[in-house]
Design a protein around this ligand. Sequence first.
Ligand SMILES: NC(=O)c1ccc[n+]([C@@H]2O[C@H](COP(=O)([O-])OP(=O)(O)OC[C@H]3O[C@@H](n4cnc5c(N)ncnc54)[C@H](O)[C@@H]3O)[C@@H](O)[C@H]2O)c1
Length: 256
Amino acid sequence: MASGSTTEPERTKRVAVVTGGAAGIGQGYALRLARDGHKVAVADLGPADETEKLIREAGGEVFAARCDVSEADSVAGFATAVGERFGHVDILVHNAGIYPIVPFEETDWATWRRIMDVNLDSLFHLAKAFLPGMRQQGWGRIVVMASATFHSGPPGMVAYTASKGGVIGFVRTLAAEVGEHGITVNAIAPGLVRTPGTLSGPQQELGLFDALSAHQAIKRVGVPEDLAGAMAFLTSDDGSFVTGQTLVVDGGFARA
Ligand SMILES: NC(=O)c1ccc[n+]([C@@H]2O[C@H](COP(=O)([O-])OP(=O)(O)OC[C@H]3O[C@@H](n4cnc5c(N)ncnc54)[C@H](O)[C@@H]3O)[C@@H](O)[C@H]2O)c1
């Protein structure tokens, strides 16, 4: 059967970077990629021991290192370490993100900057670090976490929603620049998902898990595994003609 691309590397096992892969949705992504046979490099602020253990138990190959995605030097150092370990990178899943719930009038400049640094500026650093290799090999997949808040605009999330809107714009436009090199760039916009981040935030107290899932077509709270299939598709060969898109995975909360 025709492969659709003459420059595609002849390998089924690829190398995937997952940011924020120590916990939550990122851990689910890292595990899924490993179970699909890819080598996985996890970048996280904290230790990724649990993710490493789960991947090794599943028979996968994993490398993890501390990396602050908001810092250009930290991302560059991580990229060098991954290159030394795995030689190249085929797939970048930028999942690390923060989502403080703060009314705009109480949002100071430092909070705004931190949210932009971690959620959006990080994408600049990561794309700069990993795109050249993808371009050189003529194959690459970039998937970035956006959020369904971009569509719903919930109160208390002006900075966060603006940062994820930036992600959506970045993905759309970068896709147009790199498509001819066999690289796709997409975003996933989840609804509310049960993760360490949302469980330790005010979401529970605000009754958001019950309120939002009641409005969904599928009336249960999302879990990281609900997102893994979308990521797996977008980073696969099957996703080769899908680019510049934002795939909403929210149990049918938004039904536009
Ligand atoms: N959980 C949800 O309901 C939800 C909904 C929409 C979008 N998202 C997006 O999904 C992504 C993951 O969310 P989650 O709920 O799994 O988060 P989480 O807080 O449970 O886990 C995030 C992981 O990212 C890491 N991280 C945070 N800042 C980092 C940095 N500067 N550098 C490297 N690693 C860093 C954390 O250490 C942690 O391991 C985020 O981008 C978030 O905005 C989540």
